[in-house]
Ligand binder design. Structure first.
Ligand SMILES: *[C@@H]1O[C@H](CO)[C@@H](O)[C@H](O)[C@H]1NC(C)=O
Ligand SMILES: *[C@@H]1O[C@H](CO)[C@@H](O)[C@H](O)[C@H]1NC(C)=O
Ligand SMILES: *[C@@H]1O[C@H](CO)[C@@H](O)[C@H](O)[C@H]1NC(C)=O
Ligand SMILES: *[C@@H]1O[C@H](CO)[C@@H](O)[C@H](O)[C@H]1NC(C)=O
Length: 618
């Protein structure tokens, strides 16, 4: 049954079940045949009447519902997902959710619930997701809310105000959560051990304006949380006096600071903290502000040797208000010796001082993309003995201008195999360039290049030159396995003999008009070809490439949906069809191209465009 009919049917059923059903409200709901009902943002002020067991998912977010009564959802025994977020719900009667034994997803966020009742949840043993964020409660109530929810995996609680207290019994009954988000922006009191009752939390997100009881909370989480994320916190005055970490068996391995404020002093304290948590392998700062000058010279740092065991350090969108007064970070150089992967994205980096590069003795991966690096500064960063183990360097979207100079500057990196210099503006390419000897991967996507030379290293196995202005590709690259050359202006496929080991080619969105069966066959090792979005001339000659090639669909990963005829004009925009299969017109009816040239050789039998035969003449 078409979708529209189903909607009408479900609504008719809904209205007939409920005499008092206000038709204008019922019309605000549209349901599909699988029972998914959408009633978002339709100014509803109550749950629509007459819902049945056929409803599997009910989305009533963004309305003006204020009240959920015991009978509103009485017949919804099949309901799996109920979304009531962003309404004005202030009251939910005790038995409102009682019949919803199959419910897996319940969203009550951003309403006006000031008291939470455990009786709402007592039959919801199938519940996996519960969102209670953004309701004006002060605490999670007098008794444990979640003790009847053994299958809960994602839980979101709290609000920016007035939620101010975490109590010991709040989370009892929960043993394993994949994600726990607590908006404790305004936390005043943390009852010791409150978060200890959950034995295993994969990812905990904690919003806090001030680090109230942060160390105590951390102490409770060390052996149960894998990834701790702190959001929107002012750590300007954070300090560790006596750390309460006695656990030897910590599980926590990743720490994220999102939109957090730190100073030089509190950064030093964080480094101290890392040294207490031996399992910490990864630290991430996202959208943070450093109110300091990089002057991390506190006595604290004298007592620690490294950034704990941290191997991966990620910084994105760091703001340093006093950027122009910034020191050279030399106080922390000696701490970086064990770090293997560093990402510093979009943070106005223009230089990694040579001395720091030399200290980064274990570094394998460096990604300063979206910054201000130019060849001159890069030369200082990649100085003699810099990053001796570096294999991957991502300089995407910086201020590089010359391929020749970039290659030359990087010659110090003997172990470099992967280089991404995409989205820089090189424009042209010199005849020859020098590159580190082991280079296997080069990304030159989006660099405004319009022709290729043997500046491209012959050792490459993967080359991305998509999104440029290339008219042709004629390089001989004996070891190339993957060629990405989409979004250029190529008119034909490259010559297979110059790419003898090619396995993958992505050449979509060029201006290729045709290729033949023989041409495809000449790429003997090709396993994957993406060539859609070109300007195909749907002549019988072209269509023949699809003929009798059973394996074609396995090689052409975007076949048939991205293969459209560009000409002749009467088939423009239609999918390229395999001869013998049906062409369909806009209403899905069998259709035959007119028998005018160049289709004169394609004979039509009713509903089919018959097999191409050069001799047909019909
Ligand atoms: C928590 O659960 C995950 C996934 O089931 C498991 O891999 C991990 O070892 C558990 N951690 C602890 C501390 O029990
Ligand atoms: C490169 O890596 C190898 C081991 O993979 C190591 O022995 C060598 O010292 C590294 N550095 C240089 C400059 O070759
Ligand atoms: C090359 O870089 C672009 C972005 O700059 C990225 O989208 C693309 O995936 C990269 N290519 C490969 C083959 O990794
Ligand atoms: C599609 O084909 C059918 C049968 O040939 C025809 O009746 C119909 O008008 C066509 N529709 C369009 C939009 O071309």
């Amino acid at each position: 049954m078409p979708r529209a009919l189903w909607t009408v049917w479900v609504l008719a059923a809904a209205i007939s079940l409920s005499k008092e059903g206000a038709p204008d409200q019922a019309h605000s709901l549209s349901c599909d045949p699988t029972g998914v009902c959408d009633g978002r943002a339709r100014s509803l002020n109550a749950i629509p009447p007459g819902l049945t067991a056929a409803v599997k998912s009910l989305d009533l977010s963004d309305n003006k519902i204020t009240y959920v009564g015991n009978n509103d959802l009485q017949r919804c025994v099949g309901l799996k997902a109920l979304r009531l977020g962003s309404n004005g719900v202030h009251t939910i009667e005790e038995d409102s959710f009682f019949p919803l034994r199959s419910l897996e997803h319940l969203d009550l966020s951003y309403n006006r619930l000031s008291n939470l009742s455990p009786s709402w949840f007592r039959t919801l043993s199938a519940l996996k997701f519960l969102n209670l964020l953004g309701n004006p409660y002060k605490t999670l109530g007098e008794t444990s809310l979640f003790s009847h929810l053994p299958n809960l995996r994602i839980l979101k609680v709290g609000n920016s105000n007035p939620f101010s207290e975490i109590q010991e019994k709040d989370f009892s009954g929960l043993t394993f959560l994949e994600e726990l988000e607590i908006d404790a922006s305004n936390l005043q009191r943390y009852e010791p051990k409150s978060l200890r009752s959950i034995q295993n939390i994969t990812h905990l997100i904690l919003h806090m304006r001030q680090p109230v009881s942060l160390l105590e909370i951390l102490g409770d989480l060390l052996s149960s949380v894998g990834h701790l994320e702190l959001r929107d916190t002012d750590l300007n005055t954070f300090s560790i006096s006596e750390i309460a970490v006695y656990e030897t068996n910590t599980w926590i391995n990743k720490l994220t600071f999102r939109n957090v404020k730190i100073t030089d002093e509190s950064f030093s304290e964080l480094v101290k903290l890392l040294n207490y948590i031996s399992g910490m392998l990864e630290v991430e700062f996202d959208g943070c502000t450093l109110n300091g000058l990089g002057k991390f010279r506190t006595p604290v740092l004298g007592t620690v040797k490294y950034l704990g065991n941290v191997e991966t350090l990620t910084v994105r969108k760091l703001t340093i208000p006093n950027f122009f007064l910034f020191y050279d970070l030399s106080s922390i150089y000696s701490l970086t010796g064990k770090v293997k992967r560093i990402t510093i994205e979009n943070s106005k980096v223009f230089l990694v001082p040579c001395l720091l590069s030399q200290h980064l003795k274990s570094l394998e991966y460096l990604d300063p993309s979206e910054n201000l690096m130019s060849e001159e500064y890069l030369e200082n960063s990649a100085c003699e003995h810099a990053w001796p183990f570096l294999q991957t360097l991502i300089l995407r979207q910086n201020h590089l201008k010359s391929l020749e100079k970039t290659g030359e500057v990087l010659l110090t990196l003997k172990n470099l195999t992967h280089l991404d210099i995409s989205k820089n503006n090189f424009d042209s390419m010199p005849e020859n360039c020098q590159w580190p000897e082991k280079m296997k991967y080069l990304n030159l996507s989006g660099t405004r290049i319009h022709s290729l030379t043997y500046c491209i290293p012959l050792t490459l196995e993967i080359l991305d030159i998509s999104n440029n202005n290339l008219n042709s590709f004629s390089l001989i690259l004996p070891q190339l396995k993957e060629l990405y050359i989409s979004r250029n202006k190529l008119k034909t496929l490259p010559d297979a003999s110059s790419l003898p080991t090619l396995l993958v080619m992505r050449i979509s969105r060029n201006t290729i008009s045709t290729f033949s069966k023989e041409q495809l066959a000449s790429f003997q090792k090709l396993k994957t070809l993406e060539a859609g979005g070109n300007s195909f001339i749907c002549s019988c000659d072209f269509l023949s490439f699809t003929q009798g090639q059973r394996a074609l669909a396995q090689v052409l990963i975007d076949w048939p949906e991205n293969y459209l005829c560009d000409s002749p004009s009467h088939v423009r925009g239609r999918r390229v069809r395999t001869p013998g299969s049906r062409w369909l017109n806009a209403t899905g009816q069998p259709w035959c191209p007119p028998r005018a040239a160049p289709f004169s050789c394609c004979s039509c039998s009713p509903g089919f465009c018959a097999t191409i035969s050069t001799a047909c003449g019909t």
